[in-house]
Ligand binder design. Structure first.
Ligand code: ADP
Length: 542
C-alpha cells in the first residue's frame, strides 16, 4: 500500500516562504561591510530575495547555472543565497581565504557565471579576473554611494539591481533532488573537491541539526552565526534559523573579540556558533575587560576540537552551555552534537566536562561506525579507535564532476578521514585526522589530545603537535607552542604540566617555540605546512 500523504517537495525556498509568512516581523541585524548596523526582517528579506532572483533571471541565470558568492555573513549575502537557489541555480560559496590559484581553479571548475562579492573582496577578484573566462558579471554587494572604482568587467551594483525590480517573481520549480549549493573542501592534498548540496538534503539537514538536542534554536532566540556562510552552510543556520523563525544577527567582516562581544551584548544574542579560534579571541577580550555574557545561553563550537580550558571557562566562568559539534563539508556539515543523555546533568562538573570534551552523538539522519584497516567494525567501548565512517541523506555520495573517484564503499559508507572512538552511549571522540595521527612504535598517538591539554598550561596561547621521524620509534611527537602575550613558558614547565595527564609514551620528545602557527582557510591548524617547516628537525631523543 502507498502512503496517501501529499508530495510536498523539500525545497529551500519553502524555508524563506515560511519565515516571511509566519515570522515576517523577526529581525535580521547586520554589521554591514560599510560600517553601520542595519536592521531588516524576514518579510523584507523575502521580497528583496525575489527581486534579486528576478534581476538574476534577467541577466540570464537559469536552472542549473552556478552563481558564486564571496561574502561575509550579512543580510545581502542571505538574500543572495535564497535568490540564487530560488532561480533553480546553484549557489557556490567562495572562501576568500583560499590562495589565488585555488580560487581560479574552483571558479573555473564550477563554471561560475556570475560572482556576487563584498567590497572587501574586490581586490582579490580583480587580481584573478583575467583567468576567469566564464564569469559574465560581477555584482558588488553594496549601494551606489559605496560603489568602488574597479577593473572588474561588467560590474553591477547590488542595490541598483534590486531597485529595478518589483519582486513579482515565482520561484523556479525544481525537483527536491536538484542541486542548490556548492562548497569546495580545502583539499590539503590534490585539488579542492566540490560538495554539491541538494534542496532536499539542506532541508533535512536544517531540521535535523536544529533539534532540541542539537542547536535547538527557537523563534524567541537571537542567533549569531559567526561561522561564515562560506564555511559549509554556516553549520545549517542559514536554513535552520528561518525555519524556526528566530532572529539572526550577522557579524559582517568583523570577527575580533571586541566586535563579537559588542553584538552578543547589544543584540542580546542567545545562541552563537563558531570555531575555537574565534572563541579564543572572545575569551581574551572578556578577560581583559572583565565583561560577562548575561544573555548568551549556548555556544556551538566545532570545526576543530574544543580545548578543555575553553569548555570550562564558558561553562564555569560565564555560565554558557557549550555544544561541542563535529562535522565536515561533506556532511552538510553537522554530524554529531554533544548534548547530554539522561542522568548526565547530575554528574559532577569534572565528569560533565569529560563528556563535553567529546564531539557528541550522531544526530538523527547520520549513521556512524568505526572500523579497523580491514573494514571490520570496532566495539563501542570508548577505547578502540578506528576509521570513522558515516551514511545518511545529507552526506555526499560523490564530488562535483566525479573528482576523487568513488567515495563510498560497497555498502554506501563514506570515510570521513577521521580516526575516532565511540563509547557505550554513542558519544564519539575524534582521536585525530588519519593523516595527522602520530605513529610511534606501531601505536597511535593523538596529536589533538596533546594540543588541547597543552593550551591549558599557563603561558601557552596555542599549541600544535606533529610527528617527527625517529630512528627507533618511526615517529615521535614534537610540541610546537606559541606563547601567550607577555609570557615565556619554558620547555620544562610545559612538559611538567603535561606529566600525568597523558600516557608517558605520549609525552612530546621536544618543545619548539614559534611566533605563529599557520591556519587553513577554515581555521584549522595547517599540519602540512608545519611538517614542511620542521622537516629534518633533530629530536634530542634521536
Ligand atoms: P576542511 O575543508 O578544512 O576539511 P571541514 O570543515 O570540512 O573543512 O573539515 C572537517 C574536518 O574538521 C573533520 O573531518 C575533522 O577532522 C575536523 N573537525 C570538525 N569538527 C571537529 C571537532 N569538533 N573536533 C575535532 N575535529 C573536528
Amino acid at each position: 500500500m502507498r502512503g496517501l500523504m501529499q508530495d510536498w517537495p523539500l525545497v529551500v525556498t519553502s524555508v524563506i516562504d515560511h519565515a516571511a509568512e509566519w515570522h515576517g516581523e523577526r529581525e535580521m541585524v547586520t554589521r554591514t561591510v560599510e560600517g553601520p548596523i542595519h536592521r531588516t526582517n524576514y518579510a523584507e528579506l523575502h521580497l528583496r530575495a525575489r527581486k534579486l532572483a528576478q534581476a538574476l533571471s534577467r541577466l540570464g541565470v537559469a536552472k542549473g547555472d552556478v552563481v558564486a558568492t564571496m561574502a561575509w555573513n550579512t543580510h545581502r549575502h542571505f538574500e543572495a543565497w535564497y535568490a540564487i537557489m530560488g532561480c533553480g541555480a546553484v549557489c557556490h560559496t567562495l572562501n576568500p581565504r583560499l590562495f589565488a590559484e585555488q580560487l581560479v581553479y574552483i571558479v573555473n571548475h564550477a563554471e561560475d557565471k556570475i560572482v556576487l562579492l563584498d567590497l572587501t573582496f574586490v581586490p582579490i577578484l580583480e587580481a584573478i579576473r583575467d583567468q576567469l573566462p566564464n564569469v559574465r558579471n560581477y555584482v558588488i554587494l553594496t549601494d551606489r554611494a559605496h560603489m568602488p572604482e574597479t577593473t572588474l568587467p561588467n560590474c553591477l551594483c547590488y542595490e541598483e539591481l534590486i531597485d529595478g525590480e518589483d519582486g513579482s517573481f515565482a520561484w523556479v520549480e525544481v525537483d527536491e533532488h536538484d542541486a542548490c549549493g556548492l562548497c569546495y573542501t580545502s583539499g590539503t592534498t590534490g585539488n579542492p573537491k566540490g560538495v554539491v548540496y541538494a534542496h532536499r538534503s539542506n532541508v533535512i539537514h536544517g531540521l535535523a541539526a536544529n533539534g532540541a538536542d542539537g542547536i535547538g534554536a527557537r523563534s524567541v532566540d537571537n542567533v549569531l552565526p559567526v561561522v561564515p556562510m562560506f564555511h559549509a552552510n554556516a553549520w545549517a543556520l542559514v536554513f535552520a534559523a528561518p525555519m524556526a523563525g528566530c532572529s539572526l544577527i550577522m557579524p559582517g567582516a568583523k570577527l575580533d573579540g571586541e566586535s563579537i562581544f559588542e553584538l552578543l551584548d547589544k543584540q542580546k544574542v542567545s545562541i552563537t556558533a563558531a570555531v575555537p579560534t574565534v572563541w579564543l579571541m572572545l575569551l581574551q577580550h572578556l578577560e581583559k575587560t572583565g565583561a560577562k555574557l548575561p544573555h548568551l545561553d549556548r555556544v556551538v563550537i566545532g570545526g576543530s576540537a574544543v580545548p578543555r580550558v575553553m569548555l570550562e571557562k564558558f561553562e564555569r566562568d560565564y555560565e554558557v552551555e557549550v555544544m561541542h559539534a563535529w562535522g565536515m563539508t561533506e556532511l552538510s556539515p553537522v554530524g554529531t552534537l554533544g548534548s547530554f543523555k539522561s542522568g548526565m546533568e547530575e554528574l559532577s562538573f569534572d565528569r560533565r566536562m569529560d563528556i563535553k570534551v567529546k564531539q557528541g552523538r550522531p544526530m538523527y539522519t547520520v549513521e556512524m561506525k568505526i572500523t579497523d584497516d580491514d573494514g571490520n567494525e570496532l566495539p563501542r567501548d570508548g577505547k578502540a579507535f578506528g576509521h570513522l565512517l558515516v551514511r545518511g541523506p545529507a552526506i555526499a555520495s560523490a564530488y562535483l564532476k566525479g573528482e576523487g573517484g568513488k567515495v563510498l564503499d560497497d555498502d554506501g559508507w563514506f570515510d570521513t578521514g577521521d580516526v575516532a572512538t565511540l563509547d557505550e552511549l554513542g558519544f564519539m571522540q575524534i582521536t585525530d585526522r588519519a593523516k595527522d595521527v602520530i605513529k610511534s612504535g606501531g601505536e597511535w598517538i593523538s596529536s589533538i589530545e596533546i594540543e588541547n591539554l597543552a593550551v591549558g598550561c599557563p603561558g601557552v596561547a596555542e599549541a600544535a603537535v606533529i610527528g617527527i621521524a625517529h630512528p627507533k620509534w618511526d615517529e615521535r611527537p614534537l610540541l610546537i607552542v606559541v606563547a601567550a602575550e607577555g609570557a615565556s613558558p619554558s620547555k620544562q614547565e610545559i612538559l611538567e604540566y603535561l606529566e600525568g595527564k597523558i600516557a608517558k609514551w605520549w609525552m612530546p620528545d621536544d618543545v619548539a617555540f614559534v611566533d605563529e602557527i599557520p591556519h587553513t582557510a577554515t581555521g584549522k591548524i595547517q599540519k602540512l605546512t608545519l611538517r614542511k617547516q620542521f622537516e629534518g628537525y633533530e629530536l634530542p631523543t634521536a
